[in-house]
Write a protein that binds this ligand. Structure first.
Ligand code: NAD
Length: 436
């Protein structure tokens, strides 16, 4: 089967490469010519473990190609995926659908065969109807069915998630579309990955409900962590204690500096917008958004407090270890590190940072922060070290070396990757999240 993937970012490129690996013929399309040129030269535009090898194998096998030419790329494709960005619209938090609508228009104008158009981008309820309308308005004469197939992969583990998903959700309104989608996912179907067929609107809402629920879990444990600090309890024990209950589940119960990334912040806001438009408020998610927003900067204040407060901190140096919103990605979108760095520089603190993959993307977002070549370069003469992202590279730091280069052995661990007793034994002043 020929598949076209419009938008070759984190989702489009990973999905396209995986579909090719399943044996389909895939064309990844992007309007960003430099991205396509890099891909044609075997250079990945994003950091995602295993992606370069997967792309290379499938390009060599002749199953995966790249183009900027949408009309050419979709020619003969039975399924055309839309995997472009849906960022928050400036000002009101609504999902910006201009990229999705533009692709729908271009697809309608360029189609030369019948095709199922599949929205993989995260889009508000009713977007499938709009895509259908836009394609019809172009005067397209071919048979088109519009399907919703939200993506649940996680950056950093994207290929595994795509190939072994907990479930595949397909919102289709007719049997032909369901048949095409069964063929697209046949290898996973044979693998017994659960495939849930729903209406298009249910499918669109499932993606937002899932992300809002996960964001709620994170925010819940973060507030529990704050309470643990006040009452002298340990949030990791609380998390384990509740997570062993099968009804609750152990995942997404790690206290930290607040959620970030390219999905949870914008998707929770977009869900609230939909809820408002339909006069069906979701108060829980409203609270989650507000709590998380204030938490990120509060983490900056936690570092300032560790330095003795705002006045004492002025002129001191802090080393930030980790900038991306989570490990194994170079994605800086809405990373808590941005607010932490801002709170520190606002207070007159000098900030140096190191991140294994994210510094190039971080640089324009935090111009006052000095990027370092290694954790130890960032730590040099630092009065405090803050671990913001739990990269493996920070899990076994050389404490003796840190003590020899830092100004003082003060570690603020916003990810709880060390044990307080070990850190005290190593001679550190150690502050973490929700551990008394
Ligand atoms: P991205 O910004 O990495 O990639 C989007 C790509 O689309 C860009 O390369 C851009 O140049 C291209 N594009 C935009 N308009 C185009 C057009 N008219 N024609 C061709 N290409 C065009 O975005 P992403 O992170 O891959 O996210 C894509 C969608 O998937 C979003 O709706 C997002 O919410 C959703 N999603 C993302 C993730 C994730 O972890 N990143 C996970 C699940 C779902």
């Amino acid at each position: 089967m020929k598949i076209a993937m419009v938008g070759s970012g984190y989702v489009g490129l990973v999905s396209g490469a995986c579909f090719a690996d399943f044996g389909h013929e895939v064309v990844c399309i992007d309007k960003d010519a430099s991205k396509i040129e890099r891909l044609e030269n075997g250079v990945m535009p994003i950091y995602e473990p295993g992606l370069d090898a997967l792309v290379e194998v499938n390009v060599k096998a002749g199953r995966l190609s790249f183009t900027t030419d949408l009309a050419e790329g979709i020619k003969g494709a039975s399924a055309i995926f839309i995997a472009v960005g849906t960022p928050s619209r400036r000002g009101d938090g609504h999902a910006d659908l201009s990229f999705v609508h533009a692709v729908a228009r271009e697809v309608g104008e360029s189609l030369v065969n019948d095709a199922v158009v599949v929205t993989k981008s995260t889009v508000p309820v009713g977007t499938g109807d709009a895509v259908e309308r836009i394609i019809a308005e172009t005067g397209c004469k071919h048979r088109v069915s519009v399907v919703s197939n939200p993506e649940f992969l996680r950056e950093g583990a994207a290929i595994g998630d795509f190939k072994r998903p907990d479930r595949i959700v397909i919102g289709a309104e007719d049997e032909w579309a369901r048949e095409v989608m069964r063929e697209v996912y046949r290898p996973l179907f044979l693998n017994e990955s659960p495939i849930l067929f729903t209406s298009r609107r249910s499918s669109e809402l499932i993606k937002y409900a899932a992300n809002a629920f996960l964001a709620t879990k994170i925010t819940f444990i973060n507030e529990m962590a704050d309470l643990c600090e006040k009452v002298g309890a340990n949030v990791q024990d609380v998390s384990r204690g509740i997570g062993m209950d099968g009804r609750i589940g152990a995942k997404f119960l790690h206290a930290g500096p607040g959620y970030g990334g390219s999905c949870f912040p914008k998707d929770t806001l977009a869900l609230l917008k939909t809820a408002e438009d339909y006069e069906s408020p979701i108060r829980i998610v409203e609270a989650v958004v507000a709590v998380n927003e204030s938490r990120k900067r509060a983490m900056g204040r936690k570092v300032l407090d560790a330095l003795g407060g705002m006045e004492a901190a002025r002129g001191k140096k802090v080393a930030l270890l980790g900038l991306t919103f989570k490990p194994n990605t170079d994605d800086m979108r809405d990373s808590p590190a941005i607010a932490v760095a801002q709170a520190l520089t606002d207070a007159g603190v000098k900030v140096a940072a190191f991140d294994p993959e994210g510094m190039e993307q971080a640089r324009p977002l935090m111009p006052e922060v000095e990027m370092s070549a290694s954790p130890y370069e960032a730590i040099e003469d630092a009065d405090a070290i803050a671990i913001v992202t739990e990269w493996d590279a920070f899990r076994a730091l050389d404490f003796a070396r840190i003590k020899s280069v830092a100004n003082s052995p003060l570690l603020v661990d916003l990810r709880n990757i060390y044990r307080p007793e070990d850190m005290r034994a190593a001679g550190f002043d150690y502050i973490s999240i929700g551990r008394g």
